[in-house]
Design a protein around this ligand. Structure first.
Ligand SMILES: Nc1ncnc2c1ncn2[C@@H]1O[C@H](COP(=O)(O)OP(=O)(O)OP(=O)(O)O)[C@@H](O)[C@H]1O
Ligand SMILES: [Mg+2]
Length: 294
């Protein structure tokens, strides 16, 4: 017997927030949040009582604050951050390049979840030192993407630069290319075009040279097809990118740096970016196997 299309829907569509792929689902509670409803209520209450202050509260300190209420915190490593608008975010100890963060080589990127709504709002980039923070802060602020930054001394007495910024859609293009995902050739071509457009926007609209173009430094959302450049640690603003004479220090990542970077009298400009883009496009089209005929 055919089931009636008029019967009440048995499957209810549930709109839920997209969870970043770096977040391990077993680290989340049933409500898809880092904290259970009971824990969230206890944290909000402690904030109302003035026990949780503006800025960072570590898991250890939060444990001490909530101990009197017999609230057990999750096993996962985290801290919480309260901003000027009294929004409290859980900082999740994320995964970078498929490794747990801990001590990364250059720094680490962590995900922030609004503990009340459960929405993954921003990311927090924690750098190994505070030297490289300036250019990234400058570019993000200029592009109206800076959510906050600070330098702080960590528990080991080392100075770290920290920058909060919007979470780019999708996943690292580097990871996507290595995931072995199959797509029709036309989608790979669309991806290539989206890459070119993303950097053209950076050049034309934001007057910014990225200076470290490679698949690790762009996110790709296979659903929307959007490409977003990330990592502005090397980026530079130029007054007029079509001038063609900008700055002369070679910069970028070996393998993606234009060969002319090593030449005498070299000036970095938007044309220099084409090499890194070309190398990245080569990786994309290798995946698409466009040249393979059988
Ligand atoms: N705004 C963002 N939204 C989402 N993911 C991001 C964002 N910024 C960085 N990431 C992810 O984190 C990874 C590391 O960040 P980033 O490249 O900025 O750090 P890094 O210190 O330059 O590290 P590395 O030089 O080893 O790439 C990126 O490859 C990207 O996958
Ligand atoms: Mg990077």
């Amino acid at each position: 017997m055919a089931s009636s299309l008029n019967s009440p829907a048995v499957i209810k569509a549930q709109a839920f927030n997209r969870i970043p792929c770096e977040v391990d689902l077993k680290d989340l509670k049933e409500n898809k949040k880092l904290f259970s409803d009971e824990q969230v209520a206890a944290i909000i209450e402690a904030h109302r009582n003035g026990q949780i202050k503006l800025g960072r509260t570590t898991k250890e300190d939060l444990n001490k604050i909530l101990k009197t209420n017999n609230i057990n915190l999750p096993d996962v490593q985290f801290s919480i951050e309260c901003d000027e608008n009294n929004t409290i975010s859980g900082i999740y100890k994320g995964v970078k390049h498929d490794k747990q963060i801990g001590e990364g080589e250059f720094g680490s990127v962590k995900h922030l979840q609004d503990i009340q709504t459960g929405v993954w709002v921003d990311v927090l980039k924690v750098m190994k030192d505070s030297d490289s923070i300036e250019s990234e802060v400058y570019i993000l602020r200029r592009n109206q993407q800076l959510k906050g930054y600070s330098t702080r001394i960590n528990s080991k007495g080392m100075e770290r630069g920290e920058i909060a910024m919007p979470r780019a859609e999708g996943i690292s293009l580097y990871k996507f290319l290595r995931s072995g995902k199959k797509m029709p050739v036309a989608r790979w071509l669309d991806l290539g075009i989206a890459m070119l457009e993303a950097y053209e926007t950076m050049h034309q609209e934001y007057q910014t040279l990225h200076c470290d173009i490679k698949p690790e430094n762009m996110n790709y959302d296979p659903i929307s097809g959007k490409v977003t450049p990330v990592d502005h640690g090397n980026s530079a603003v130029v007054k007029n990118v079509t001038l063609g004479r900008e700055f002369c220090q070679p910069r970028g990542t070996r393998g993606y740096m234009a060969p002319e970077s090593n030449e005498k009298g070299f000036y970095y400009n938007e044309k220099t970016e084409v090499y890194g883009l070309g190398q990245s496009l080569k990786e994309v089209f290798n995946n698409a196997q466009i040249t393979k005929r059988s």
